[in-house]
Design a binder for this molecule. Structure first.
Ligand code: PEP
Ligand code: MN
Length: 360
């Protein structure tokens, strides 16, 4: 796959892109006053939703094509490229006709390969940049699949937007961040930029600053933050939007770490630590392999004496004692639990397979 870096889209975007603007375009005046409020911020792209995919019917579903003109007005005010969400052929055609600079595919669309394909067909023959939000569910393959579909019709200017994942048990965030997902996407698709959308991750404005900082710490390539001149009265996503002034403060307080290529001396020092880590990992793998070897011996014994694979009381003891030792050595209970569960699950599987083989 050939992916053109966001900095090479010809739109003057930096290594820390800041995209801002309202969840929805509501009126010409609203778009204009937000754009004016954003003057003097570090904004590099203006966003606004024109067609809104709402969970329940009856909510405000966007102004539609008419609002594209207002967004182009924001472009004149701020002198930055503008972006809107598209979900079908009609949206793409209207956005292209209005000379919108960048399109994005929303989380509810990325989940559906039919819709993504429809958008791709409508984009054939253009080279407009497209940003793809992660699907609502934490499925990396769907996210990659949508990007691949775009690439297949010749769209090489692609980026990801990390907006978190739906999880019914999640209390703190509107959409759970699952930071490993954008990081894996960057590993799987070298050269792709991933912008974080803290607004849809957080759902409330109070935690936008801390999630934005985390996105930068994880090495993501920018932020898309919903911004409104009167957030409490916004027609959609009121709780998570912030004013242009708040955005400026949040942005000024972010700490951007220098990338390693600017600090060759750090590479040498880090290399020493990395060699140590490599050694420890090799030992860890050998120890784990030894452990599974013993598990197999136990399996043979259980098979011979017709004993059940799973011995709950033994498992209980193992969990309790190992968690305790781990916590004493400053690892969290949560980590110890998930590590031990993974090891145990693999052990049970190994022994079950032995049992099956023995029966044949
Ligand atoms: C949006 O950006 O306003 C939006 C609808 O986002 P998502 O697709 O991430 O829910
Ligand atoms: Mn929104």
């Amino acid at each position: 796959m050939e992916i053109i870096d966001i900095q090479d889209w010809g739109l003057g975007l930096s290594e820390h892109v800041l995209i801002a603007g309202p969840c929805s375009a509501e009126s010409a005046q609203q778009v204009e006053s937000i754009a004016k409020g954003l003057r003097g911020s570090n904004i590099e792209m203006f966003r606004a939703g024109v067609w809104k995919p709402r969970t329940r019917p009856g909510s405000f579903e966007g102004i539609g094509t008419e609002a594209l003109e207002w967004i182009n007005n924001a472009k004149d005010i701020l002198n930055v490229p503008v972006t809107v969400e598209v979900a079908n052929t009609a949206h793409v055609e209207a956005a292209l006709k209005a000379n919108i600079d960048v399109l994005w595919i929303g989380a509810r669309t990325t989940v559906n390969p039919f819709s993504v394909q429809e958008i791709c067909e409508a984009l054939k023959g253009t080279d407009i940049p497209v940003m793809v939000k992660n699907p609502i569910n934490p499925d990396l393959q769907l996210w990659i699949g949508a990007i691949e579909r775009l690439n297949k019709v010749g769209i090489k200017k692609v980026a990801g937007i990390h907006r978190g994942f739906s999880d019914p048990y999640e209390k703190r965030y509107r959409n759970k961040p699952e930071w490993s997902m954008p990081i894996h996407l960057k590993r799987m698709l070298p050269g792709i930029s991933v912008v974080c959308d803290p607004s849809h991750i957080c759902g409330t404005r109070e935690i936008i600053a801390s999630v934005s900082q985390r996105a930068i710490n994880f090495g993501l390539d920018g932020l898309m933050i919903e911004t409104h001149h009167d957030p409490d009265n916004a027609w959609s996503d009121a709780k998570q939007q912030i004013t242009p002034d708040m955005l400026k403060i949040i942005y000024e307080n972010l700490s951007f770490r220098e990338t390693l290529d600017k600090h060759p001396e750090a590479i040498n020092e880090l290399d020493e630590y990395r060699q140590k880590i490599d050694l420890v990992d090799t030992q860890l793998i050998e120890l784990l392999a030894d452990r599974f070897q013993i598990i197999k011996q136990i399996g043979e014994y259980k098979q011979k004496h017709n004993l059940a694979v799973f011995q709950p009381s033994r498992w209980q003891d193992v969990m309790e004692s190992r968690i305790k030792s781990g916590v004493q050595k400053n690892m969290t209970e949560k980590f110890m639990k998930s590590f031990l569960f993974a090891v145990h699950e693999e052990s049970v599987k190994t022994q079950e397979a032995q049992l099956k083989e023995g029966k044949h």
